[in-house]
Write a protein that binds this ligand. Structure first.
Ligand code: SAM
Ligand code: SF4
Length: 332
């Protein structure tokens, strides 16, 4: 890839990682993400598999090398394994991963694994069935747990459990989640809730800082930081009890800025390309895809979207206003 065509934003960051949302629909209603009746309409606006593939081929010519499939709930998209198999044939892509809520994972884990997905993130905010239902508004904890077990039984190179940790809701489960890392080869990632979901849910004092999480675990057990290069660990800091099969990852988008090393861009299910989850604008690829435009036009749109990447988000500013799209619309 020549230097000129690489995706480099206005702040010198090289963009190599794309998150692809394949649906806006979801079978859960996590209270920080979606209202009961907020499942969006989607029809002709949804990108086809052929369109997603074309966009990724163009993006890879511009230096993209990693893709994560997300949503909404990606396993709700019919034929997802077919899409991933096609994507996996793009030579420049060195890694494909998926983020799922796990509800449908037990049925799909094997085929997802067989498509070439090496790393899987499963979102789970409570290990208690009733509380899971309170948080997600669906009584599906058992299904998710079985999905996690199905994933563990397969040779994925990495399995992460994403826990959005909210004070007063599930922060009393920090230790129980930590214990999973002593029993299973998983990474448990505690993620700060972000001001993106239904209005009125997010409050700054519901964020539990990384320092507090560490203190609470260290009151029970030894935990040492594992020094991995940023390229490998992404925006998380990684900790482990010596000898344990699993690790803890801490991601602090709110209380600790990680924007400086951000290498991401997002493709939304409706064909918009967005530079940042939290801030900045987006460009619409659909007209170029559905007209007779050649790939050059798509390349230009990629560069435009990357130029719209802000230097950093401003969640911590007093006058912060959240984006006008919810998380399942943006693609988490
Ligand atoms: N449905 C899939 C899932 O839940 O894994 C994929 C999409 S979901 C939007 C991706 C991730 O975003 C999940 O781990 C979810 O917990 C997280 N998320 C959603 N809303 C959030 C918020 N307001 N703050 C922080 N994380 C959020
Ligand atoms: Fe669905 Fe994921 Fe949002 Fe929960 S976080 S409502 S599982 S899209």
């Amino acid at each position: 890839v020549s230097r000129q065509t690489m995706l480099i934003d206005s702040f010198g960051r090289s963009i190599t990682y794309i998150r692809v949302s394949v649906t806006q629909h979801c079978n859960l209603r996590c209270l920080y993400c979606m209202d009961e009746d907020s499942d969006p309409e989607q029809s002709e606006e949804l990108l086809t598999f052929a369109e997603i593939e074309r966009i990724l081929r163009v993006g890879c010519r511009l230096g993209l090398s990693k893709v994560r499939i997300t949503g909404g709930e990606p396993l709700l998209r019919p034929g997802l394994a077919t899409l991933i198999t096609t994507i996996a044939s793009i030579p420049a892509l060195s890694a494909i991963s998926i983020t799922t809520n796990g509800v449908l994972l037990e049925q799909h884990a094997q085929e997802i694994h067989d498509t070439g997905v090496n790393s899987i993130n499963i979102s789970l905010d409570s290990l208690q069935r009733e509380r899971f239902e309170q948080i997600t508004h669906r009584d599906l904890f058992i299904q998710v747990w079985q999905g996690i077990q199905a994933a563990i039984a397969l040779p994925f190179s990495s399995i992460k459990i994403n826990v959005v940790l909210t004070r007063g809701i599930n922060d009393d489960e920090i230790i129980n989640f930590f214990r999973l890392t002593q029993d299973y080869p998983l990474q448990v990632r505690f993620i700060e809730p972000m001001p993106l979901g239904p209005e009125g849910f997010w409050q700054r004092d519901k964020v539990v800082s990384a320092i507090e999480i560490l203190e609470r675990i260290r009151a029970e057990e030894e935990l040492v930081e594992i020094d991995l290069p940023c390229k490998v660990r992404g925006p998380a800091r990684i900790y482990q009890t010596p000898g344990a099969p699993g690790t803890i990852g801490l991601i602090s988008p709110v209380s600790h800025d990680f924007c400086e090393t951000c290498n991401r861009i997002r493709l939304l299910a409706d064909g918009k390309l967005r530079g940042c989850l939290i801030a900045g604008g987006e460009v619409n690829l659909r007209p170029a895809l559905r007209g007779d435009e050649d790939d050059k036009q798509l390349e230009d749109l990629f560069h435009q979207a990357v130029q719209l990447k802000p230097e950093q988000h401003h969640i911590n500013d007093a006058d912060y206003t959240p984006p006008n799209r919810s998380m399942p619309r943006i693609g988490g």
